[in-house]
Design a protein around this ligand. Structure first.
Ligand code: ATP
Ligand code: MG
Length: 244
């Protein structure tokens, strides 16, 4: 085990697409039990980093240690089995299946049998407030419900670390309050979280620490207070962020 304090230790993460350095030399870590907010303007490289962390693509250079294991070269299925769950910025729902079936897909990887998979699915569907929709076709759900299905499916894989990619975009104030409550509930289940959001007040409310990415680089990391009072962060945001 390289560092027992951290559930995630990212070292010099670099991802190059052709001539584009989408991530360059990004190093940061997540402590066990922490909620880390990730912010940065459009195109900064946040989703690219999640893709590397979840094994969807491989780093060009750098290292990712998760829960004491080097996962840098692992495939998505193995990363999921080890305990990293993720949602997708654009929901990846299977529209011609029910909400329950979509979540079951997540549960099948780790559950010992179908009964256990069904029970786990039911439990996370309830937790995500989708109980009354479990038998509805996913294609009929709105974007906000689809984002909750994403969270439920990720939770069904029984993650130790959950990566949330803009699960609150487009929510009303009331819905945001509910979403923050859900994140806190998940965190209390001993699940560490990295959440990407553009909505600064949500990030400030929910995060123990904030990581700021700008033009593929780590601009800074610190407490929500440290980050919001940093001049460079303010100008990066005024320079390019979309509004909430
Ligand atoms: N598979 C890919 N192939 C080529 N370029 C890519 C690929 N994925 C991402 N990029 C590029 O990498 C850069 C970072 O994109 P990324 O999606 O990581 O940004 P982001 O911070 O998530 O932005 P947003 O806030 O808009 O979601 C962009 O210039 C994007 O076009
Ligand atoms: Mg993104």
């Amino acid at each position: 085990m390289e560092n027992e304090k951290y559930i995630l230790d990212v070292q010099n993460a670099t991802k190059i697409f052709g001539g584009l350095k989408a991530n360059e030399d990004i190093s940061f870590n997540v402590k066990y039990g922490e909620i880390v907010g990730m912010v940065g303007p459009n195109g900064a490289g946040k989703t690219t980093l999640f893709n590397s962390l979840s094994g969807a693509h491989k780093l060009t250079y750098g290292k990712i240690i998760f829960d004491g294991t080097d996962i840098t070269k692992m495939e998505p299925h193995s990363v999921s089995m080890l305990g990293i769950g993720r949602t997708f910025q654009i929901p990846q729902s299977l529209n011609n299946m029910t909400v329950f079936e979509n979540v079951l897909v997540g549960a099948l990887g780790k559950a010992k049998n179908m009964k256990e998979a069904r029970e786990k699915s039911m439990e996370v569907i309830e937790l995500c407030g989708l109980g009354k929709h479990q038998n509805d076709m996913t294609g009929m759900m709105n974007v906000i419900q689809k984002k909750r299905i994403e969270i439920a499916r990720a939770l069904a894989t029984e993650p130790k670390l959950l990566l949330l990619d803009e699960t609150m975009a487009g929510l009303t104030n009331t819905e945001r309050v509910e979403a923050v409550e859900l994140i806190r509930k998940i965190n209390k289940m001993n699940i560490s979280i990295i959440t990407i959001e553009h909505v600064m007040d949500v990030i400030m409310t929910v995060s123990d620490r904030v990581v700021v990415i700008n033009t593929g680089h780590l601009l800074m990391e610190g407490t929500p207070q440290e980050v919001t009072s940093n001049e460079e962060v303010i100008s990066a945001y005024l320079g390019g962020a979309k509004s909430a």
